[in-house]
Design a protein around this ligand. Structure first.
Ligand code: CP
Ligand code: NVA
Length: 312
C-alpha cells in the first residue's frame, strides 16, 4: 500500500523541500479551506505559532496571524528587535528555547542560513517567511492564483521579468515542480543564482517542467499567459537603489510590454509594488492585474500549510 501523503511536523524552508504531490496536496487543501473556512475554525485549537520578523512585512505577517486565528490557534509576533537576538543570543539558542514554548515558527530573515539554523537547532516545524534566497509561501499562493485564473499550470507560458531574486527563485522552482514552463528575463548581472537554476533543471527532468533564461524582456513577454514582476531593489539592498534603477531600464511592466502578451494574460506581483519603477499604475490597476487576488491567496495557501503541518 502506498504511504499516505502527510506534511505533519515538516519544515518549509525552500520550495524544493516539497515534492510535486505535496504541493498538489497544499493547493487542494487551500481550495477546500477557502471554500468552507468555518469548517476549519477549531482545526488548530491550542496551537501557537511564533513569527520572527527581521524585516518589515504587511502581507506575510498579517496573513499568518489571521490564518492562525481563523484556524482556532494563535500567533505571536516576535520582531527580532524585541527578542534577545538583538543583543547577541544566537539563532541556535533562540530556536532551542522557542521550541519549548511553541508548536511552530515562521521566520523572515536576511540570511537564508538563519532559517536553516532555526530548523537545525529547533525541534518544531519552521516555515520560511522570506529569506534572501527563497520565498516559498509566496510561491504557493502564486500557484493557487495561476490555477484559479488559468485552470492549469501546464501548457501555459509563465514569465518573470526583473530581478533574479528570492521571489523569482521560488516561483521558478514552483512552476517547474508542477511540470510548467517558465521564462525568466533579467538584466545581465541580476540572474538567478546558479545553485537554484541547477535545482530547477534537475527537478524539470523529472516533472517535464522547463526553466528558460533570457536577457530580453520584450521577447520573453511575447505571447505570455502570465507575467510576473517583483521590485528591483529588495529589502536589504537599499544602498544599490540608484544603480538598480539604471540597470533595470527596459524591464518595466508597462502597457507596451503587456501588449506583447496574450490578450487574457494575467499580471502578477508579490507586492509591495514600487509603482512607476518595475510596474506602472496603468498595469497594476488595469484589467489584466490579479495582484489583489494573489495577495488574498497568501492567507488561503498558508492556512492549508499550517493545517497540514500542525493539524491532527
Ligand atoms: N509579498 C510579501 O511577502 O509581502 P510582505 O513583505 O508585505 O509580507
Ligand atoms: N524581493 C522582495 C520581496 C518582498 C516581498 C524582497 O525581498 O524585498
Amino acid at each position: 500500500m502506498p504511504k499516505k501523503l502527510s506534511l505533519k511536523g515538516r519544515d518549509l524552508l525552500a520550495m524544493s523541500d516539497l515534492s510535486t504531490p505535496e504541493i498538489e496536496l497544499i493547493l487542494k487543501t487551500a481550495r477546500t479551506i477557502k471554500k468552507n473556512p468555518k469548517k476549519y475554525s477549531s482545526a488548530l485549537k491550542g496551537k501557537n505559532l511564533g513569527m520572527i520578523f527581521q524585516k518589515p512585512s504587511t502581507r506575510t505577517r498579517v496573513s499568518f496571524e489571521v490564518a492562525m486565528y481563523q484556524l482556532g490557534g494563535q500567533a505571536l509576533n516576535l520582531t527580532s528587535n524585541e527578542l534577545q537576538l538583538k543583543r547577541g543570543e544566537t539563532v541556535a539558542d533562540t530556536a532551542r528555547v522557542l521550541s519549548r514554548f511553541l508548536d511552530a515558527m515562521t521566520a523572515r530573515v536576511f540570511s537564508h542560513n538563519d532559517v536553516l539554523d532555526l530548523a537545525k537547532y529547533g525541534t518544531i516545524p519552521v516555515i520560511n517567511a522570506l529569506s534572501d534566497y527563497e520565498h516559498p509561501c509566496q510561491a504557493l499562493a502564486d500557484l493557487l492564483t495561476i490555477l484559479e485564473h488559468k485552470k492549469t499550470l501546464k501548457n501555459i507560458k509563465t514569465v518573470y521579468v526583473g530581478d533574479g531574486n528570492n521571489v523569482a527563485h521560488s516561483l521558478a522552482l514552483a512552476v517547474v515542480q508542477m511540470g510548467g514552463y517558465i521564462e525568466v528575463a533579467t538584466p545581465k548581472g541580476y540572474e538567478m543564482q546558479d545553485s537554484l537554476i541547477a535545482t530547477a533543471q534537475k527537478i524539470g527532468k523529472q516533472t517535464g517542467g522547463k526553466l528558460v533564461l533570457s536577457y530580453n524582456a520584450q521577447d520573453t513577454a511575447t505571447q505570455a499567459d502570465v507575467i510576473y514582476v517583483d521590485v528591483w531593489t529588495s529589502m536589504g539592498q537599499e544602498e544599490e537603489h540608484k544603480k538598480r534603477l539604471a540597470d533595470f531600464q527596459g524591464f518595466q511592466i508597462n502597457s507596451d510590454l503587456l501588449a506583447r502578451a496574450k490578450k487574457d494574460c494575467i499580471v502578477m506581483h508579490c507586492l509591495p509594488a514600487h509603482r512607476g519603477e518595475e510596474i506602472t499604475d496603468e498595469v497594476v490597476d488595469g484589467p489584466n492585474s490579479v495582484v489583489w487576488d494573489q495577495a488574498e491567496n497568501r492567507l488561503h495557501a498558508q492556512k492549508a500549510l499550517l493545517y497540514l503541518v500542525l493539524g491532527k
